[in-house]
Write a protein that binds this ligand. Structure first.
Ligand code: TYD
Ligand code: MG
Length: 452
C-alpha cells in the first residue's frame, strides 16, 4: 500500500512535511519520527459500519499452535494464537535466536511450514546453529533478508503457519529514509507485519534487542502495538534463563518459564523450584535464607544472601542483585530505625541466588532476615522459609497465595515457614503437609523467631 511520508511529533502529534530537530508546535527536541500515512480509500463497508450486538460476536475457540515447549506454551497462555504478533525482547546473547529456532524446528517438524527471516546472521550461520539444535526439517525455510517487502512476498508465496523475524531492528521498509533500527522504521515494519498477520492468519514472532545505550530503538516502542510481549532474561554467565510475560492479550502476564542453556540448545526446566538454592552439607551459614516466591502461578524457592561488613570508606555501599535496590534501602532504614540495628557504618550487599530477578514484595522479609543474620553473624535454620512484605512502620503485611508457597516449601523438605500473622487465619493446616507455620506481626518479632 503506497502512502505519503510525514513526520509526526511523538509528544504532541504535530505533523510536519520534513524532519526538524525541534517540533514547531510543542517545542520538544528530537521528537519527530517518520511515518507512512496510507492513502485513504473509502470502501462500502466503511460507509456503513457493521457494529454487532456483543452476543452475536463469535466465540469459536481459536485453535492454538503448540511451540513444542510446555514452558513457552504456558507463558504464551496456552500456545501460539494464529494471526498474533509476539515480541521477544532481551539483551544480546541471552538466547532469543536459539529459543525461536527451536520453536521453528518444533512447529516445522509438526508438518507446518515455518519461515525464519534472519536479518542479523547469514543463512549459513543459522544453518550451523540449526545443526547444533538438530533442526533440519524441510518445512523450515530460511530467508536472509532485511527488506520488509521481500519478507512480505515470501510470506504470501509460502503461506507459513509461523514467521520468525530476527530481529525487527534490522528490517527496513523501502519508502522510509530513516536508518534500520530507528523508531520510525521499527514501528512501520511492525505495523506492516501486524497487518499481514491479521490478513493471512500467520503468527509472527519478532525478536527485539534491548540496548542500554539506546542506539537501537528498543522494543518498548512496539509494546503497545503487539499482542504479546515476553522478556527473556538471566545472567549471561549462568545457565538459567527466565521468560517473563509483560503483556499478553491472550493470557496472564504473571507466568514465567524457566530454561537452561546447554551445549545443544535450551532445555525446559519443568520443576525449577530447587534451582535457586544452595545445597550446604555443612549446615546453615549466616546471611542466607530461603523465600518461597510466587511470580505467576508457580512457586519458586529462592535463596536470598546478604553480606553486611564494616565500610572502609566514608560512604557505606549498598548493592542489590536480583532484588530491588530501593526495597533494600528501605529495609535497611526500617532495620535501623525500628529494630535499632546500627547499619550506618556497614556496607550491605544482597543477592538472589541463580540469576533470578524477584519483583514481588513478599521477598522483603527474606532480605531483612538475611541482613540481620549477617549483621549478627548468626545463621538461620536451613529448614526455615520466610515470606512477608515489610511496611515502613516495621509491620509485616500479608502476602498473596500463602498456602501455595507453604506447600511448596513443605514439599522440598522445609519444616517451618514464617509468614505475617495476618496470613495465618486463611490457612487450613490440614492441607499444608508436614510443616509448622509461624506467624509474626512485626519485623522485630519475625527476626527474633528466625534467629532464635
Ligand atoms: P543467541 O540465541 O544467539 O542469543 P541472542 O539471539 O539473544 O543474541 O545465543 C547466545 C548464546 O547462547 C551464545 O553465546 C552461545 C550460546 N549457545 C549455547 O550455549 N548452546 C547452544 O546450543 C546455542 C545455539 C547457543
Ligand atoms: Mg540473535
Amino acid at each position: 500500500m503506497a502512502g505519503k511520508i510525514h513526520f509526526f511529533c511523538q509528544e504532541c502529534g504535530h505533523r510536519a512535511p520534513r524532519w526538524m530537530g525541534r517540533c514547531p508546535e510543542c517545542g520538544a527536541w528530537n521528537t519527530l519520527v517518520e511515518e507512512v500515512t496510507p492513502s485513504r480509500r473509502v470502501s462500502p463497508s466503511a460507509a456503513f459500519p457493521s457494529a454487532l450486538p456483543i452476543t452475536q460476536v463469535s466465540l469459536d475457540y481459536e485453535e492454538r499452535l503448540s511451540t513444542g515447549m510446555a514452558e513457552l506454551d504456558r507463558v504464551l497462555g496456552g500456545g501460539i494464537v494464529p494471526a498474533s504478533l509476539v515480541l521477544i525482547g532481551g539483551d544480546p546473547g541471552i538466547g532469543k535466536s536459539t529459543l525461536l529456532l527451536q520453536v521453528a524446528r518444533n512447529v516445522a517438524e509438526g508438518g507446518r511450514p515455518v519461515l525464519y527471516v534472519t536479518g542479523e546472521e547469514s543463512a549459513r550461520q543459522v544453518r550451523m546453529r540449526a545443526a547444533r539444535l538438530k533442526a533440519s526439517s524441510p518445512m523450515l525455510y530460511l530467508l536472509p533478508e532485511t527488506d520488509l517487502e521481500a519478507v512480505e512476498r515470501a510470506i504470501r508465496s509460502l503461506n507459513p503457519s509461523l514467521v520468525v523475524v530476527d530481529s525487527i531492528q534490522t528490517m527496513v521498509k523501502g519508502d522510509l529514509s530513516s536508518a534500520p533500527g530507528s523508531v520510525g522504521q521499527v514501528r512501520e515494519c511492525a505495523a506492516c507485519l501486524m497487518r499481514l498477520a491479521k490478513a493471512t492468519g500467520v503468527a509472527v514472532f519478532l525478536v527485539g534487542h534491548v540496548t542500554k545505550e539506546g542506539v537501537l530503538a528498543g522494543p518498548r516502542v512496539l509494546e503497545h502495538m503487539v499482542d504479546v510481549v515476553l522478556y527473556f532474561e538471566g545472567e549471561r554467565h549462568q545457565a538459567y534463563r527466565l521468560l517473563r510475560g509483560v503483556k499478553n492479550r491472550f493470557g496472564s502476564t504473571n507466568e514465567i518459564g524457566v530454561f537452561e542453556m546447554r551445549e545443544e540448545g535450551l532445555h525446559e526446566v519443568a520443576n525449577p523450584s530447587s534451582l535457586f538454592m544452595v545445597r550446604r552439607p555443612g549446615g546453615a551459614v549466616a546471611g542466607a535464607v530461603v523465600v518461597p516466591t510466587l511470580e505467576g502461578t508457580r512457586p519458586l524457592l529462592v535463596e536470598i544472601q546478604a553480606l553486611v561488613a564494616p565500610s572502609t570508606y566514608g560512604q557505606p555501599r549498598r548493592m542489590a542483585a536480583g532484588v530491588d535496590y530501593n526495597r533494600l534501602v528501605l529495609i535497611l532504614a526500617v532495620l535501623e530505625k525500628r529494630l535499632g540495628l546500627h547499619l550506618g557504618n556497614y556496607d550491605a550487599y544482597v543477592s538472589a541466588v541463580g540469576g533470578v530477578r524477584l519483583q514481588e514484595p513478599a521477598v522483603d522479609l527474606g532480605i531483612a532476615v538475611a541482613l540481620a543474620s549477617s549483621f549478627r553473624d548468626w545463621p538461620v535454620d536451613c529448614r526455615l522459609a520466610v515470606a512477608g512484605e515489610v511496611g515502613l512502620t516495621g509491620e509485616l503485611r500479608p502476602v498473596s497465595g500463602v498456602a501455595r508457597r507453604i506447600r511448596e516449601a513443605a514439599q522440598l523438605g522445609f519444616t517451618r515457614c514464617l509468614v505475617p500473622r495476618a496470613n495465618c487465619e486463611e490457612l487450613d493446616a490440614a492441607r499444608l503437609g508436614s510443616i509448622t507455620v509461624l506467624g509474626a506481626d512485626t519485623l522485630a518479632e519475625a527476626i527474633d523467631l528466625a534467629l532464635e
